[in-house]
Write a protein that binds this ligand. Structure first.
Ligand code: ADP
Length: 502
């Protein structure tokens, strides 16, 4: 690298961009200072720049570990076109090509080398790593190392061994779009990151409007919505094939240009329907979550979830297919209590990974249940929906967004401190003595309890019994006092009624 070249020069000269995006610079600076980093950003946010720019500035070679062969190819040809010496080594190459690439790598021809994790333990690659000046190891799709995540790849564990065997510990930079606390911790712990700079950023999608509709008559809502958005392209996600078929029939009966997609359809039909949607022969797609991976249709104006999905991760990924072009688009989740029943059923019938010990399988079930609770809370919260999602992913929200259904509703706050105190006391005593609550209707008790869980005063135990417990915060509330409010949409409050009657 030419002396005095700055990260800005590199960004402009090789990548053609005038400035960094949010978060990129912080991670790049950390790497250049020799610190490990963990960058958590959604797909499309620009993670590659975060390791490619420092790779060109650091003195040695950067090895990038990536599970996706097609992605490696694209990245390397883009780098080559920009005049950067880079190569990939994976099973799509012949033995001959691999030997050649290894030879060039050993002679220091490449600044950046992409490899699949399986490659790390081959003798040829190990020999190369022992002699080459590898200054950074970058782990792309780093969540694949977490046994609790949905995408665990055992081959990712080879990375740990590989790094241990290197003569000099390189800087480790890890990147992923999966941001839950559990996965984040796993990545840091398993990869052995040392005091890393952890940055979560870019999850906000400003052009998306978020709404939760707590309704029973979902069909009527969908028909109405689609009719009101006649010339717009949209996706309606359902939890089951049966729901997909039913919603599809309802819309088709109204003469709407609709198509459908789920794993029960044959390959040919699925392919055909997908293309009909992409080329806008059909404007509306009704589908299960089998639809969407790798589909890049930029002008999807709305994504409606007919059923609540199983996690915020799934929801945000699916809802995020709206508005890729940056234009205003809507993400609407239709919630009814029945959705929780459907999802519990789907989770219970999920096939267990046969490689897991009973202990591990139990931990996976617990995490699934936690994820489910988080999306239920999303459906029930009266606070900013965007803020809720961003916080879930570990990003600092910016307070009320004014662009979600909760921020746009007018709420009035009802002081339910007294009722909450009685509930906490009852739960605390664990004697099922609900006598103190005799003035409250069951729905009112439930509603206050939900709010107390959202606020962290109560929690459910993680075992299959899901018992309600008073948290530390709840005990403090009982001992030292405090206030709890319920937010009510203004028209819901009947004049003169107390929380007990609403
Ligand atoms: P990710 O790996 O996070 O999914 P990529 O690294 O593939 O995202 O980047 C997504 C897109 O954003 C690419 O087209 C990339 O060239 C572009 N991009 C990244 N950083 C910048 C930047 N600073 N300015 C403009 N475009 C950028």
């Amino acid at each position: 690298m030419v002396q005095g070249t700055t990260k800005y020069d590199i960004l402009e000269r090789y990548f053609g961009y005038p400035s960094f995006r949010e978060g990129q610079e912080i991670l790049i600076d950390a790497v250049l200072a020799g610190q490990d980093v963990l960058g958590i950003m959604p797909t499309g946010a620009g993670k590659s720049i975060c390791y490619q720019v420092p790779a060109l500035m650091l003195p040695g070679i950067t090895v990038v570990i990536s599970p996706l062969i097609s992605l490696m190819k694209d990245q390397v040809s883009a780098l080559n076109q920009a005049g950067i010496h880079a190569a990939y080594i994976n099973s799509s190459l012949t033995e001959n090509q691999i030997s050649k690439a290894m030879y060039y790598a050993a002679n220091g021809r490449y600044k950046i080398i992409y490899v699949a994790p399986e490659r790390l333990e081959t003798p040829a690659f190990m020999a190369f790593a022992e002699n080459a000046d590898i200054c950074m190891v970058t782990v792309d799709e780093a969540h694949c190392i977490s046994q609790w995540g949905q995408d665990f790849r055992p081959s990712y564990l080879k990375i740990v061994q590989f790094i241990k065997q290197m003569p000099k510990r390189p800087i480790i930079s890890a990147f992923t779009a999966t941001a839950t606390e559990a996965v984040k911790e796993d990545i840091q712990c398993v990869l052995g990151l040392s005091e890393p700079k952890v940055l979560v950023t870019g999850f906000n999608r400003e052009n998306l409007y978020f709404a939760v509709e707590n309704i029973r008559k979902k069909d009527a809502y969908v028909l109405d919505y689609v009719a009101g958005h006649k010339n717009e392209s949209g996706i309606i996600y359902c939890a089951t094939r049966k729901n997909v078929d039913a919603v599809f029939e309802r819309l088709a009966a109204e003469g709407i240009a609709v198509t459908k997609y789920h794993a029960g359809l044959g390959n040919v039909e699925r392919q055909q329907n997908q293309e009909d949607f992409i080329y806008e022969r059909s404007l509306v797609m009704v589908a299960t979550n089998a639809f969407g991976m790798g589909i890049d249709k930029s002008n999807v104006r709305y994504v409606i979830h007919y059923n609540m999905p199983q996690s915020i991760e799934n929801y945000y990924q699916e809802a995020g297919r709206a508005g890729r072009d940056g234009e205003p688009s809507e993400c609407i989740l239709l919630y009814s209590a029945q959705d929780l029943v459907i999802n519990r059923f789907l989770l219970n019938s999920k096939e267990e990974n046969p490689d897991f010990t009973p202990e591990e399988a139990r931990a996976v079930r617990e995490r699934d249940e936690e994820r489910l609770q988080s999306i239920v809370h999303y459906c029930l919260t009266k606070n900013c929906l965007r803020e809720y999602i961003l916080r879930y992913f570990g990003e600092q929200g910016m307070g009320a967004c004014e662009s979600c259904s909760n921020c746009r509703k007018e709420f009035e706050e009802l002081d339910v401190t007294e009722e909450a105190r009685k509930i906490a006391a009852c739960v605390g005593e664990m004697k099922q003595r609900y006598g103190a609550l005799k003035d409250l209707t069951e729905p009112a008790i439930k509603e206050i309890m939900e709010q107390m869980m959202l606020d962290g005063f109560l929690c459910k135990t993680k075992d299959k019994y899901a018992l309600v417990k008073v948290t530390e915060k709840g005990r403090e509330f009982l001992e030292n006092g405090g206030k709890i409010f319920l937010k009510k949409v203004k028209e819901e409050i009947v004049e003169g009624a107390s929380a007990a009657d609403t």
